[in-house]
Design a protein around this ligand. Structure first.
Ligand code: GLN
Length: 311
């Protein structure tokens, strides 16, 4: 029995109610290639552990993961290096600052990024991904994405990756700051290239919902039952999604929606309701904190209608 959504038409109705809010938002343009997307489109998919799924809205939209990729690289880095190594270098606390802020890197002691869901922490996490060179490391990230989505055809969007690589001056500054304090040891340009590619990995909402479902399903592939992520690591990722997944709007989101979720500046949101289902949303117009404005409204409506809140 489905705990959400009796039918696709019910989901269509909620999308239609949420969609007008997109007009109040703005598509991200600080990465030039992202600004070309139509901000008024909205789509959602739900994916259940039994393999059942629903999609509604402007289906087949393709989004780049952007910050949603931070959850994936966190899981991989924890599998590669173990909890002690990772959390010696990146903290576990929310910041209350914008996702790309540099401020706390200087003021906290010891000097390490506060969590893996902000840019500083995510850059440090990406630098922990094992591999002989950049090519092997992006291949490993992509292979992991292929396992999580069951879709071996997925890759990254070269234009978006290059556009970010060419313009991410603030991320470079974060890297150099962390290199100075010993959090990062590798060449900054190599790390920027890998991070830009990871953020530009693209997929549709259904694949996004499938990834959310693996985390919801305790790290196991819903189709085969094979374990893709150790249970403890899936739990850590979901916990970060609750405390830091929606940037400095995570507290309000926990009150209004109450599910583990991670957003990206492309307007994507991956939700992961423990034991129930994965959610993938794409609506490119953002609110002032960088979250999909219509996507958040849709999740608020879904949470109220289906009593989704974990709290
Ligand atoms: N690629 C983006 C960046 O580093 C990801 C940020 C985001 O989605 N919030 O700026």
């Amino acid at each position: 029995m489905k705990l959400l959504c009796e039918s696709a038409s019910e989901l269509e109705h909620l999308v239609a109610m949420a969609k007008p809010f997109a007009k109040e938002g703005k598509v991200a343009d600080y990465i030039p290639a992202l600004s070309k997307v139509d901000g008024e489109l909205l789509s959602v998919s739900l994916f259940y552990p039994d393999g059942c799924s629903y999609t509604a809205g402007d289906g087949n939209l393709i989004l780049t993961l952007q910050s949603i990729s931070k959850v994936i690289t966190l899981a991989l880095a924890l599998m590669d290096r173990g909890e002690d190594f990772v959390f010696e270098r990146v903290g576990q606390e929310p910041t209350g600052d914008p996702f790309n802020s540099i401020a706390k890197l200087e003021t906290i002691n010891p000097s390490k990024p506060l969590n893996p869901m902000i840019n500083a922490g995510a850059l440090a996490i990406t630098s922990m991904i094992r591999g002989q060179d950049g090519a092997e490391r992006i291949d490993r990230i992509l292979h992991f994405i292929h396992e999580l989505t069951g879709n071996p055809g997925l890759s990254y969007n070269k234009k978006v990756a290059l556009s970010e690589y060419d313009t991410s001056h603030l991320n470079r500054a974060l890297c150099y700051f962390m290199k100075q304090s010993g959090i990062i040891n590798e060449d900054v340009e190599e790390l920027m290239e890998l991070y830009s590619k990871q953020c530009a990995i693209e997929m549709d909402c259904l694949s996004l919902a499938k990834m959310g479902c693996v985390f919801a399903n305790d790290g196991k592939d819903p189709a085969s039952g094979h374990r893709l992520i150790p249970s403890d690591i899936a739990r850590i990722c979901k916990t970060f999604m609750v405390t830091c997944g929606m940037y400095n709007a995570s507290g309000e989101f926990a009150i209004k929606v109450g599910i583990p979720a991670k957003s990206g500046v492309s307007g994507g949101i991956m939700g992961s309701i423990p034991g129930k289902c994965g959610i993938g949303i794409f609506g490119a117009a953002l609110d002032e904190k960088g979250n999909s404005i219509a996507g958040i409204r849709l999740l608020e409506m879904m949470s109220r209608k289906y009593s989704l809140s974990m709290f």
